[in-house]
Design a protein around this ligand. Structure first.
Ligand SMILES: Cc1cc2nc3c(=O)[nH]c(=O)nc-3n(C[C@H](O)[C@H](O)[C@H](O)COP(=O)(O)OP(=O)(O)OC[C@H]3O[C@@H](n4cnc5c(N)ncnc54)[C@H](O)[C@@H]3O)c2cc1C
Length: 473
């Protein structure tokens, strides 16, 4: 007998025969706390999350997903859905509930002629890039290769290629979705168009995606990319220069700013390691000699303390930040969108960068615009098309004794920058406690999201996410 939480606040006992029946049709592994691998399997990227599901259904196929959704619904169980388990909020796990675990489904199939890829929902960005780059192809995703394609896509998705080709969702052609009633449907512009609109930014609110079909583009295989590192003492001038440079940069160039303690990068003098720095991280998606000309003013600015720019394999550049974003640390993130980086915003960024609460914490400023802004903000559920920059504060530390101090720092920073933020917020960077921000995060699209929720999940079975509550509550 396994005790599982129900949607009605109680617990129910799933007896051995009911469990056996579930297992009999299920192709994957099924784990409870008694299994040796349970502890390892339940872990997710953010070590702040210590949630214990009662039952883990490790799916191998869409049939396993259908069976799991039906089992959860028919027994009134609380359940969550997990891709690669990267989400900071930890919504991929429900305490005492059923975990529909998609992480074993990592297949990626590329159609070289059509320049498309079919991707299973447990695939990481690394799985995706490795498979597509074998054909010299890629689509915009994120900047850390261990992130899951599923959660990233469902929230919007952006990275080094987004100014060239848009958000990840702008390259989504179709998705196979298991709905709340256990049906497998295709969502695309021509099939279930409302659902297709909703899953492009609305997260896991409407069903379980078992396959994503993406448009690919010719990229690399080598790209001009790398880092230019400045002493934090030059931060004011560096940020002022950056915002002018970014404003006129072509869409092929993406430059992010990172403010942190210098990691032990091979091209940095040892004396620089651990000191406060401002980093320009960039990638040019196009001809490298053209790119060299475009980035020349950025390289000529000031007196960097180090520079590591060159032709890197695209797949390698996609992993460049992996060593700084390893799983197992305690993480608390805060994020805002900005139309521009005003003088006041710059001053606050510098003030907080001077007082990072731990050696691993960092302030990321992602450059948006380009193709991400060329699509109407109501064309997909993702609304933040007007964002020029996305600020994401990666507050990271190791010791639970530092939780209160580090979280307080991040919240204070968030509050200080709030007056300068534009509307909207990227749901993929929001923590579990930010449910009060969801309506504002979706802005004008929130009402239509409720309508799509009413159509596809009126009983709110899919509620472990940045939840869009159906109109019935
Ligand atoms: C280190 C790091 C770097 C990041 N960098 C970027 C970046 O550069 N760009 C960017 O856009 N984002 C970035 N993100 C944010 C990232 O997009 C989200 O954390 C995303 O949710 C991760 O997806 P996942 O599948 O790994 O997450 P999970 O935690 O497995 O899932 C997140 C949520 O998505 C839903 N979900 C997952 N799979 C499915 C499915 N198949 N069907 C239905 N619902 C599903 C569930 O509600 C689940 O709770 C980063 C995150 C981390 C931790």
């Amino acid at each position: 007998m396994v005790m599982i939480k129900t949607r009605y606040g109680s617990e129910t006992g799933i007896d051995d025969s009911a469990l056996e029946e579930f297992r009999a049709g299920f192709g994957g592994e099924m784990l409870t706390a008694d299994d040796a691998t349970y502890t390892e399997v339940r872990e997710i990227w953010n070590a702040m999350i210590d949630t214990r599901p009662a039952l883990i259904a490790r799916c191998q196929s869409p049939d396993d997903v259908i069976l799991s959704v039906n089992f959860a619904r028919d027994n009134g169980l609380v359940f969550s859905v997990r891709g690669a388990g990267h989400n900071i909020a930890g919504n991929s796990l429900a305490e005492g509930g059923l975990l529909i675990d998609l992480s074993p489904m990592t297949g990626v199939e590329v159609d070289e002629d059509a320049k498309t890829a079919r991707v299973q929902p447990g695939a990481t960005l690394g799985d995706f890039d490795n498979a597509t780059q074998a054909f010299g192809l890629a689509t915009p995703t994120g900047i850390n290769s261990t992130t899951g394609i599923a959660g990233l896509t469902l929230g919007g998705g952006f990275g080094w290629l987004s100014r060239s080709y848009g958000m990840t969702i702008d390259n989504l052609l179709s998705a196979d979705v298991v709905t709340a009633d256990g049906e497998l449907v295709v969502a695309s512009e021509s099939s279930h168009p409302n659902l297709f609109w909703g899953i492009r930014g609305g997260g896991g609110n409407f069903g379980v995606v078992t396959s994503f079909e993406f448009q690919l583009h010719e990229v690399g295989p080598e790209v001009l990319s790398g880092l230019i590192v400045h002493d934090a003492a030059d931060a004011q001038a560096a940020l002022e220069f950056y915002r002018e440079f970014a404003a006129q940069a072509p869409d092929a160039l993406t430059t992010w700013v990172v403010m942190r303690k210098a990691p032990p990068l091979p091209f940095l003098d040892e004396a620089i390691h651990g000191t406060d720095v401002v980093v320009f991280a960039l990638m040019y998606n196009g001809d490298a000699s053209e790119g060299e000309e475009v980035i020349a003013p950025l390289r000529a600015f000031g007196t960097p303390v180090g520079e590591g720019i060159g032709l890197n394999p695209y797949v390698g550049w996609q992993q460049a930040f992996d060593p700084l974003l390893t799983p197992g640390a305690r993480n608390y993130w805060k994020s805002h969108n900005f139309g521009e980086l005003s003088d006041d915003t710059v001053a606050i960024l510098i003030r907080y960068a001077q007082n990072l609460p731990s050696g691993f914490s960092e302030i990321f400023i992602a450059q948006m615009g380009g193709a991400t802004s060329s699509i109407a903000s109501d064309a997909t559920a993702y609304v933040g098309r007007d964002a020029g920059f996305v600020l994401n504060v990666h507050t990271r530390w190791e010791d639970a004794a530092d939780d209160e101090r580090c979280v307080a720092w991040a919240r204070e920073f968030f509050d200080a920058t709030l007056p300068y933020a534009s509307g909207g917020a990227y749901v993929n960077f929001m923590t579990a406690e930010e449910s009060g921000r969801i309506e504002a995060a979706y802005g004008q699209n929130h009402e239509r999201l409720i309508a799509v929720k009413d159509e596809y999940d009126p009983d709110n079975l899919f509620q472990f996410n940045q939840n869009i509550a159906p109109s019935g509550g």
